[in-house]
Design a protein around this ligand. Structure first.
Ligand code: BG6
Length: 516
């Protein structure tokens, strides 16, 4: 009898046994080598995140961080620079004594990554740090994408400075410029490392609300039955920024919105919404399901790209009451630039769950505000019982707000109190900060710890990256070959070009935010 009951209870395969503490967050000693150690990402995100982990006692006693860069600098100068970065970028946690103790673990080496011999010096330096017995060496490539290949080649030439099984490599997006260069980069990476040693960072996957999508979908039993074409009308995925391109003109001119946001962040979100339930909470089991989604996205024929994929570039305008210049006037940008800063597109997923349900993606720079969210709209009831003929009834919706607020909202209709029989939409909100009294500072902390501990779940796998390029490559190519005639076509501080509104209107939908 007992056996039968066991067999029928909730299945818990793939989970950690109970003799391991639930919150076992021990981290083994590590050496982290950052290419581009003095760069922007390092100063803004990586070092401040590591410092915060340090003061929260989440780092082990033994660790070393070696920053690499072209500029000559002593360890002391590098440490002073990073003290400043901590103070500037994470001021609420800055404490001089603690920061001083943290930066003692920071070191610096100036090197020319094009010179293979410099990698011998690097290996010696790693050895001198006397961290050999720690057995956990991570290379973080925080450098412009065009330098990645030469670093990987030269690292490989130097035998990765260590028995290769003890090394890992963390690579920042974009992973290549297109499918072909992405594959080439991967070939190089795989000459030096095994797939399980490669951590392709997409910082969106480290965001709490993004991770929560999996918990929401697969930790509850009430939503999954309606998570399909029978109940879902359409999905809107939005990554809107009020910022322009800041000082990154050179990078952005090469990238544009598709390579910068759509190929990675937006398609990651789409996969989390659309994927089938994984059979366990394990990196490859989850990544297997995501890759299937990309493979079922319907390719848009060339002659229909302009109909379903809308591009935009911002002109001068006003953002948050401040005058903003147009993209073509930004530093290091070609005054005739064809680079899109805005994208809106309709994607169809050809599988049993989603057939016929449009997934709209929208992303842009210089929009009215910073707002990333996933909006899932459900079908209307088949018969409008309440209100008058002219009353519009709001459809049910689930809204996952990723930023600025981390929130989950369920929209439903209720009766307005009193003698009338009229419905009104109300929102049931769950706000992370209110509920847990925490607000995530940056997703990098989680991702760095996962990489150090060897958990690949929140990192992209090559087959997915390749499939994501497969989705966007034809659009990028078409746009490159057919420069936009109407750029700039939206004013800074607005929700994008009119054509993007039409894209939804022709399907009888509306963007959640659209008023200019
Ligand atoms: C980065 C892009 O990957 O994501 C930037 O390169 C963009 O252009 C940023 O501003 C947006 O990230 P977040 O976390 O601010 O939404």
């Amino acid at each position: 009898m007992a056996k039968i009951r066991d067999f029928h209870t909730l299945q818990k395969r793939f989970l950690t046994p109970c003799d391991v503490a639930a919150e076992d967050d021990t981290v083994d000693p590590f050496t982290l080598v950052i290419f581009g150690g003095g760069g922007d990402l390092s100063q803004r995100k990586l070092i401040p995140s590591l410092y915060h982990l340090f003061i929260e006692n989440k780092l082990p006693d033994d660790f070393a961080i070696l920053g690499l860069g072209r500029r000559e600098k002593t360890d002391e100068q590098f440490q002073a620079m990073m003290m400043e970065a901590i103070r500037d970028f994470i001021p609420k946690y800055y404490e001089e004594k603690k920061a001083a103790a943290f930066v003692e673990q920071l070191h610096y080496l100036s090197m020319d990554v094009n010179n293979p011999e410099a990698f011998q010096t690097l290996c010696h330096r790693i050895k001198d740090l006397n961290t050999a017995e720690w057995g956990n060496l991570l290379y973080y490539l925080s450098v412009p994408p065009e330098i990645l290949p030469v670093i990987v080649k030269n690292l490989n030439g130097a035998g990765l400075c260590r028995d290769s099984a003890e090394s890992k490599i963390i690579v920042e997006k974009p992973f290549g410029r297109d499918r072909e260069s992405g594959n080439e980069l991967n070939r190089l990476l795989l000459e030096a490392f095994e797939e399980k040693q490669i951590y392709r960072i997409d910082h969106y996957l480290g965001k709490e609300t993004v991770q929560n999508l999996l918990f929401f979908r697969f930790g509850n039993s009430i939503f999954e039955p309606m998570w399909n074409r029978r109940y879902v009308d359409h999905v809107q995925i939005m990554v809107a920024e009020d910022l322009g391109i800041e000082q990154r003109g050179n990078f952005y001119e090469q990238a544009g919105v598709i390579r910068d946001i759509v190929q990675n962040h937006a398609l990651q979100l789409l996969a989390l919404v659309a994927m089938e339930p994984p059979v366990g909470f394990d990196a490859d089991l989850i990544r297997d399901e995501k890759v299937k989604v990309y493979r079922t996205i319907r390719p848009v024929p060339k002659n229909e790209i302009d109909k379903y994929m809308i591009r935009g570039q911002y002109g001068a305008g006003t953002v948050r009451d401040k005058a903003a210049q147009g993209y073509r006037e930004e530093e290091s940008v070609d005054p005739q630039s064809n680079t899109p800063t805005y994208f809106a597109g309709k994607f169809m997923i050809d599988n049993w769950r989603w057939s016929g349900v449009p997934f709209y993606i929208r992303s842009g720079k210089r929009m009215p505000r910073r707002q990333s969210e996933i909006y899932v709209q459900f079908h209307q009831p088949p018969l409008q019982l309440f209100g008058r003929i002219c009353d519009e009834i709001e459809p049910n919706a689930l809204i996952f707000s990723i930023q600025p607020d981390e929130e989950l909202t369920m929209r439903m209709n209720v009766k307005i109190p009193g003698m009338t029989n009229r419905p009104q939409a109300v929102d049931m909100d769950f706000n992370y900060e209110d509920a847990f009294q925490v607000k995530q500072d940056t997703p990098y902390e989680r991702l760095l710890i996962d990489a150090i501990r060897g958990d690949l779940t929140l990192f992209a796998r090559q087959d997915a990256v390749e499939a994501m390029w497969g989705v966007v490559d034809p659009i990028i190519k078409w746009w490159d070959d057919h420069p936009a005639k109407d750029f700039p076509n939206y004013k800074a501080g607005t929700w994008g070009p009119k054509a993007a509104d039409k894209l939804l209107e022709q399907d009888g939908h509306r963007w959640r935010f659209h008023k200019q």
